[in-house]
Structures are given as structure tokens and as C-alpha cells.
Design a protein around this ligand. Sequence first.
Ligand SMILES: Nc1ncnc2c1ncn2[C@@H]1O[C@H](COP(=O)(O)OP(=O)(O)OP(=O)(O)O)[C@@H](O)[C@H]1O
Ligand SMILES: [Mg+2]
Length: 253
Amino acid sequence: MIRIGRVVNIVGKAPSGKFDAHLAYINMGDSVPECRAYIKELHPSQLIIELVCAILGRGLGLPIPEPVIAYSEDGKKQLFASVEVSYPDLNQFVEMRDTEIINTPQNLIIFNKIAEWSDIVLAITFDELIANGDRNTGNILFDGVSSFTLIDHNLAMRAPFAPYFTINNQLMNIKLLFTKDELSKQRLKNSINQITRDIPKNLIIDVQKCLLSVNGHINIDLLHPIIHFLEERILNLSDITTRKIEVKQKTLC
Ligand SMILES: Nc1ncnc2c1ncn2[C@@H]1O[C@H](COP(=O)(O)OP(=O)(O)OP(=O)(O)O)[C@@H](O)[C@H]1O
Ligand SMILES: [Mg+2]
């Protein structure tokens, strides 16, 4: 079930991002006081992509904030809302030159924490499944110790995009920075393939059911191609992983 809310008050602008996200108080009928969430106005199909990805990722067990369909204060605009997590995005921890990440010892410490994160392989698989090439530092929240939260998926599945195309999987790039030997690479590949096989058969169709359970808020004509893309994409994941993680020599493990 996805919750529907209404913006009651805007707190201020989000610390980063291209889509003019704002922190706001949202009333969802049942929450008193109102819930704080980041809201952004998106193209209608990107709004559905955000919702689909958040529901799907949460269904896989990933830490992704609860997505909400929110309406503007005047009720005229439909917005994407992401319930606020209390820690900042990685821009607060990573040194950048303009938008380029630079190779400093501090940055490597943070990347190593990402590579060691307990959910890293699941998160790599998720980004590949949703074809998300936009996992930039603003789209990962970090508690400064060992917990990460994934946000911002509206640029996943960018059309025109075939289900067998590869994306620049930034989490995989980070993991591979610390996965040098052939045996470790083979293990990583095996783990991604195992996670892919373990994805429940009805998960994607359940995402569709979840969104259609709230009558009248979702455009079915926009939702169907997104669900269809994911169903096709899942069949291609193992091939994509094999193409991406090149292992020179067959190893037993
Ligand atoms: N649920 C959340 N909890 C905490 N902070 C959040 C949350 N959602 C968004 N933010 C903050 O707001 C910023 C902008 O949000 P988001 O990344 O969704 O928007 P964007 O404008 O699409 O960004 P981008 O330019 O990366 O595509 C994030 O980088 C993060 O700092
Ligand atoms: Mg962002």
C-alpha cells in the first residue's frame, strides 16, 4: 500500500540536486504531527519510475525511504515525496572538484565503507535491474558510520533504453575498486547472479498491484511500459553481469 499525502508547509530547499527538491511537512491523514518528507515535481512518467523503484527496492529489502504520492498545497500538482531520513547525503563526506570526485585518501575511506556495506551486492543488482546510471554522491545518504540509504531513482530506465543495455553502475565501480583478484571478482559475479535468481517471481507485478491499489492516482498507460521493461530487464541481468565483470581465468569457489 502506498500512502497519499498533501503538503502543508515547505521547510526549505534540499541541500543538492537538479530537480528543485524541497523539505516539507506532509499530511497523510493518519500522521499527527505531519511527516517530514523531501518533495519534488517530476515529469509524470519519471514520477512513476521513482515510485516503482522505491517500492521495488524496499521489496528487495534495501534501505530506501518510504515513497509517498503527495499533492501540492493547492491540490493541483502531483509530487513525489520521500520520507525524511535523519542523515545527510554523501556530498557532505566526499571531496569534489566541481562535480568530479577526486582521488583523496578521505574519499577512498568512504568508498571502502560503501564497498564493505552489508547491502552492497544487493544495491548493485538493484541499480542494474532498474538501469540506474544516476547513483551520484547526492543520491546516497550516509550516517557517517556504516549505514547507507538509497534515494532518487527518477532518472532510472531512461527512454529510449533497451532492457539488454548496460548502464554505468557506480556502486559496481566502487565495489570493483576493492575487488582486484580474479577469485574475488568471480565471487562478486556469482553473488549478483544468485541475488538475481532469488528475486521473487511476483515481485515486479506486486509493485504494479501496490500502485494500482490507490485508485485514480496512477496513470496505467505510463505504468505498464515501466513494469514491462523491468520484466524484460530481469531476464537480461545475468548476461549483463557476465559482460561487466570480466574474469580472466575460471576459478573454483
Ligand atoms: N528521504 C530523504 N531523506 C534525507 N534527505 C533527502 C531525502 N530525499 C532527498 N534528500 C536530500 O535532497 C537532495 C535532493 O533530492 P533528490 O536527489 O531526490 O533530488 P534531485 O534533484 O533529483 O537530485 P539529482 O540532481 O541528484 O537528480 C538529496 O541529494 C538529499 O540531500
Ligand atoms: Mg539526487
